[in-house]
Design a protein around this ligand. Structure first.
Ligand code: SAH
Length: 461
């Protein structure tokens, strides 16, 4: 590290800003967030800076001298004139001050970081000048993760620290604070219910922190593969989890978003395999929640689309365990993004059907005729291994064999493949191209128009 981050004490200290225009105003705006006394050194101040002086938030000094810099916590120089900046820098250094000169890295003892301000929670981001855009990206991610009300909540927690130290034994304090910052109190504060949040915290304190955190289960959509397709809510859940149960389709990069010490359990559910039958998965997630754990059940795509969510929801509710669903990007949406076109098209396909080709054992084959008609896009999940049956069923149902089919395998991942064929050739095409799971099959039957009718008829033979 060429620079080292520190939080400077500002209360009761002076910050000197040399300059009276916009550069100085930018620094003054930053310093207004602090408790420091602001000294503006300039003969003339712009309206904004002058207003700060009028409001008593800053004082103006019109002559530049070494003395003005003595004892300052920080000095900013931004006069807009390079010569004057150099002169002010020299005087400030003579006074032994820590100096920052706007746009002159060589003259800076200290640089201002990118800041995520949830005062008193403050995150400072620096890249030592190598990647300002990256700093901005990191900042916007953190802004999204740290709700605007977090500062107020942290301040409330700060006011309760003494009470916590008095009421809760040392060994349990960490668990209490974990609960406080991850649990319902923070959530209540974030939605504007500050009084509820305070009541929750105080009730837990008066109960000695015991039982403050009942176990719960979140069925979390992990999206199609790419980690940055998770929702912010999904990431938050993963960072609060004690244990994460995931299966085969969840990409390892997604698991990296989990809290570092969260336990990760592979419940390797493969289609048709019975190493981890659904009952056993239900049993383990419920057992973990009963131990008071925050359980994340990660499911690929959206948990409510061909994800057997109902079985896990029912089992949790039957056991009296709080359970919630965090939606995710389903494979059909990811496939559309990869293809670069929409799943529905006005005037052509105004119906979108999501279907699975792999039903419960013993069930009859899907009734394809009821699913696809002119004006439909049909997204077939779990269809690769059953392409023969799908096409045979559709042929029997009178679906034209010339319909365009798109196959997107491993959508959103580096291994993504996009392939096209016509419906009648799908099984052979899949075999020939060695298409592997997971892959989704999109079949489009646009509304009939004269031209397309001829095309389709040509393939019907
Ligand atoms: N809940 C998931 C679907 C689970 S069923 C969702 O909403 O996406 C598993 C099927 O989803 C796979 O057989 C495949 O058809 C599809 N699928 C899942 N991930 C995929 C991906 N990255 N690319 C293409 N298809 C995918």
């Amino acid at each position: 590290m060429k620079t080292f981050p520190m939080f400077l004490q500002m209360t009761g200290r002076r910050v000197v800003i040399v300059g009276g225009g916009e550069q100085a105003a930018q620094k003054a705006r930053l310093m207004l967030k602090t408790d420091a006394q602001i000294v503006l050194v300039a003969a003339v101040l712009d309206d904004e800076l002058a207003a700060m002086v009028t409001a008593g938030r800053a004082v103006q000094v019109t002559t530049l001298s070494v003395d003005v810099f003595r004892g300052a916590a920080l000095v900013f120089v931004g006069t807009g004139c390079v010569g004057l900046d150099y002169a002010a820098h020299a005087l400030a250094k003579a006074a032994g001050a820590v100096v920052n000169v706007v746009d002159q890295p060589a003259l800076c003892d200290a640089v201002t970081p990118s800041i995520v301000d949830r005062d008193p929670v403050v995150v400072a981001i620096g890249t030592e000048g190598t990647a300002p855009v990256l700093a901005r990206q990191i900042k916007s991610r953190l802004e999204a993760l740290l709700e605007p009300e977090l500062g107020g909540f942290a301040a409330l927690a700060g006011r309760l620290r003494t009470a916590v130290a008095r009421a809760i034994p040392r060994a349990e304090r960490r668990a209490f604070w974990d609960w406080a910052f991850d649990g319902p109190a923070r959530a209540a504060y974030a939605r504007g219910a500050a009084r509820d949040a305070a009541s929750l915290l105080k009730a837990a304190i008066s109960e000695g922190g015991q039982g403050a955190r009942p176990g719960r289960i979140a069925l979390v959509g992990a999206g199609p593969g790419a980690a940055d397709l998770l929702t912010l809510r999904a990431v938050r859940q993963m960072q609060q989890a004690d244990v994460i149960f995931y299966d085969r389709l969840v990409d390892p990069s997604v698991l990296e978003l989990a809290r570092r010490d969260a336990e990760r359990v592979f419940v390797g559910k493969e289609v048709g395999a019975c190493a981890w039958p659904q009952d056993r998965i239900n049993a383990v997630i419920i057992a973990a929640a009963r131990q008071g754990k925050q359980v994340v059940r990660l499911k690929s795509g959206d948990p409510c689309i061909f994800g057997r969510a109902t079985e896990e929801l029912d089992a949790a509710r039957a056991a009296g365990i709080a359970v919630e669903i965090i939606p995710g990007v389903t494979a059909a949406s990811a496939a559309a993004a990869s293809l670069g076109h929409a799943l529905t098209e006005r005037g052509q396909t105004d119906r979108l059907m999501l279907a699975t080709a792999t039903c419960q054992p013993g069930d009859p084959d899907p009734d394809w005729r009821s699913m696809i008609a002119p004006g439909t896009t049909l997204a077939v999940y779990m269809g690769v291994a059953r392409a023969h049956q799908v096409v045979a069923g559709m042929r029997q149902a009178g679906v034209p064999m010339g319909l365009q089919v798109e196959i997107v395998a491993q959508a959103s991942t580096p291994q993504e493949r996009i392939l096209n064929c016509v419906l009648g050739e799908l099984p052979e095409f899949i075999a020939l191209q060695a298409v592997e799971n997971p892959a989704i099959i999109l079949i489009r039957w646009p509304k009939l128009r004269q031209a397309s009718l001829h095309q389709i008829a040509g393939h019907c033979a």
